[in-house]
Design a protein around this ligand. Sequence first.
Ligand code: GLU
Length: 555
Amino acid sequence: MTNKELAELIFPEIHETIEDLEKRYPKRNLPKDAEVTRFAPSPTGFLHTGSLFTAMICQKVAKQSGGIFYVRLEDTDTKREIAGSGEKLLSQLKLFDVYPNEGYMADHEEGEYGPYCQSDRASIYKICIKHLIEIGRAYPDFCSPEDLEEIRKKQEALKLNPGYYGEFARDRSLSNEERKERILKGEPYVIRFKSEGDHNNKITVHDLVHGYFDIAQNDQDIVILKSDGLPTYHFAHAVDDHFMRTTTVIRGEEWISSFPIHVELFEALGFEAPKYAHLPVIMKLDEVGHRRKLSKRLDNEAAVSYFIEDGYPTKALIIYLMTIANSNFEEWLLQNGYNDLDKFIFSFDKMSLDGALFDLNKLQYFAKEILGYKNKDEILEMSLDFASKYDPELLSLIERDREYFKEIMNIDREKENPRKDHYCLRGLKDYIGVFYEDIYDELLKQGFEFNEKYNHLLIASTLEKIRDTLSLDVDEQGWFQNIKEVANEQGFAIDRKAYKANPDAFKGQVGDVAEMLRVALTGRKNTPTLYYVMKVIGEENSKNRLSKVISSLTK
Ligand code: GLU
């Protein structure tokens, strides 16, 4: 029986050839240097921060070269699939503006190179596998899980590499007659690739991040078609990246070890291999100072949903990931600002080879910058969006009076050097709570912490004097002048210098008085400019608050 007859026996329903596929998916009509990139997630869970990193770079490379960025759903591992995760991945990518021009779009597909879900491409893979069987580069393997286990044990005892290769590739040498007989008997089988490589040989491969390097040739007869009729990743990616006309495969470094398999598959299929870029893995320092991969299980920040659900501005994560991607980005950012990141030209040459350490503080710095420069209307819009999804209590506070919320959030905002208190919206509820009288009353009941140096009577009498002379009809300076006068009357130095020169002569200095007022009005030692806080609370309410504190101190 010839290979062709065997191929026909296995795939009688397949009539098309690789040539037909070449015609169906012609080379793309794009300018010479335009890159076609793809993000190829498996719908097996949430969007990992490392995956967002990859997708972001895929998009960047395509966009800056006038090419195409598409998404392909790699859903051939039906056992690991989590329902709905494909849709979720896409909606999360959208929040980060990492959106494809083509491909799988959750509720529909766009583009001429589909279908873009691998599970819908079974017949395409079969055309290619039929061809490999015909040319003697693929064959059916009838090993049961027990047979494979036995092979593994043998290899273990002999301290040899595990896998299905060389003399261990049991069914590689069956005759086509035997194969036919077993197939007709209904024995289950998978299809394996027939490798011609030798693990002791080295091949030189090229990668856009790592340059040229040597790596052992593939010798594994990997499974290319599983018994469920779907291909494995290795095979599917080769077929898809060829027929979807990907120019650069950008993926995580964990795939480098299977690079030789892919090189051999492309050769056997007669396809020109795309360029490859294996991106460094994002790392984290563990408790004892060791570097390890950012882990789904151990690290909140491994899932982008963590940042979404805490209300980080999504752009902050993109900016942060760009600093990991290219060493010259931060400098560029300093000169060009946050507004038009598309102008930055990404390059694989400027990517560090060591996995970057995830630095939450740095991300939070960018997030504070971004939130700090939003105007009050933008803050309202973002907060409503966040709160309606993730923080009902915050939502109900905002909805009491949207204008009032904007005034609170506008303190020390919309000026040259705004305060940058917030890196995410998660804590906003606590931050704004004290501006509402009922919440203030609750907080006061729990007690405020004044400086222990001062006894309650002194604090009360100082607050009383402030209350009785308080006016917000004056400007900030005028108001502070008044505080100084009270400070002076109460035996406090009116500036720090005077106090430092002769500390024993005073009870403290004007800052201590301002702190009493701050704590009395907000329960906190650190707030935006107190004068503006009071403006928002209002003069009457501020005085009422002081009266409440005074009576709680003198009870
Ligand atoms: N489906 C693979 C994964 O999720 C994609 C790898 C690739 O981009 O080729 O890891």
